[in-house]
Write a protein that binds this ligand. Structure first.
Ligand code: PSU
Ligand code: MN
Length: 303
């Protein structure tokens, strides 16, 4: 894989020293948040991971290489680029071969993390089964990746721009464990709970690390979702965010938004309609996930 992967100095040194590494995605930077909040968020999330004893590896594609860890300059390039391509599994080969700038989704970040030997990945929210998927067949490639790639994804659950129930059904079919971190409930991104339960509750990072180790030692292929609820002080009121999401979904339909543009469109709309409150919540929950993800990575690395 030497031909395709390049490591930042920090990641290379961290790996040589046997430290825990935490992968971070880049679609959240290029398509999930506006500049400059995106780059500020990306820097701070990396620092939180360092502060908790692990090494951050933000993943993106540049110059025909899969970059495992970005320099300050590369992060800025990604955060300001108008033509970074949202890169999921299907796009990965094209973006590497064409030397475009590629922002990795949850799916492709998992692929790249696995290639680099990284077991834990922190993000905000994952893709899932979209509302109305029985008609549109819009199901994120993130779910298929969770079924087949051995990386744990720490997130704040699934947004109700998606069909949360169907997303959980899909994950059940594919054998992906959904762990509630310090909660019985399955969190819904902007809110700490939803009407659905997680499969299991674990309260300590060491317990999560043990479960992951057993899973992979048993040869049970695929990832896991570690669902970490948004802190109460950063969460949004359920009825408020639900009505905003309904408006955003209607606008997406009216505008004929399709394919890979759906999720970024909805995120942008929700931000606009909440006058930025959704962005603040989004950033806060990523920080919270970084703390938990780094602790899990450190425990797993010790096992
Ligand atoms: N959810 C968010 N922010 C994001 C995404 C999802 O709250 O930035 C991004 C992630 O990169 C995720 C992708 O992998 O959107 C899913 O896109 P799609 O639904 O097109 O698979
Ligand atoms: Mn989709």
């Amino acid at each position: 894989m030497r031909e395709f992967l390049t490591y930042s100095k920090e990641v290379e040194e961290g790996m040589a020293a046997g430290k825990a590494i935490v992968a971070l995605e880049s679609t959240i930077i290029s398509h999930g948040m506006p500049y400059p909040q995106n780059v500020e968020m990306a820097r701070k999330v990396e620092q939180i991971i360092r502060d908790n004893g692990a090494v951050p590896a933000t993943i993106a594609i540049m110059d025909g290489k899969i970059k495992i860890g970005l320099s300050e300059e590369e992060l800025e390039t990604l955060g300001t680029s108008k033509n970074a391509r949202k890169t999921s599994r299907r796009d990965l080969a094209y973006v590497v071969a064409s030397k475009e700038i590629g922002a990795t989704t949850v799916a492709s970040t998992m692929i790249c993390a696995e290639l680099a030997g990284i077991k834990v990945f922190v993000t905000g929210g994952i893709g899932g089964v979209h509302r109305g998927a029985e008609e549109t067949m819009d199901i994120s490639a993130d779910l298929e990746e969770l079924a087949s790639t051995n990386v744990a994804v720490v997130c704040a659950g699934v947004k109700s721009i998606l069909d949360i129930g169907l997303t959980l059904e899909y994950l059940e079919t594919k054998g992906v464990p959904v762990v509630g971190f310090q909660t019985d409930k399955f969190p819904a991104f902007y809110t700490a709970t939803s009407e659905f339960d997680s499969n299991f509750r674990l309260d300590e990072p060491i317990q999560v690390a043990r479960m992951l180790k057993v899973k992979w030692d048993l040869g049970l292929i695929g990832g896991a979702i570690i669902a970490n609820p948004i802190p109460a002080e950063d969460s949004l009121a359920e009825e408020y965010i639900d009505s905003i999401i309904t408006t955003a979904l209607n606008e997406a339909t009216e505008n004929g938004v399709k394919g890979k543009d759906v999720t970024p469109f909805l995120l942008g709309k929700v931000k606009e309609l909440t006058e930025g409150k959704s962005l603040e919540s989004n950033i806060a929950l990523v920080y919270n996930n970084a703390t938990v993800g780094a602790k899990i990575a450190v425990e797993l690395n010790n096992l």
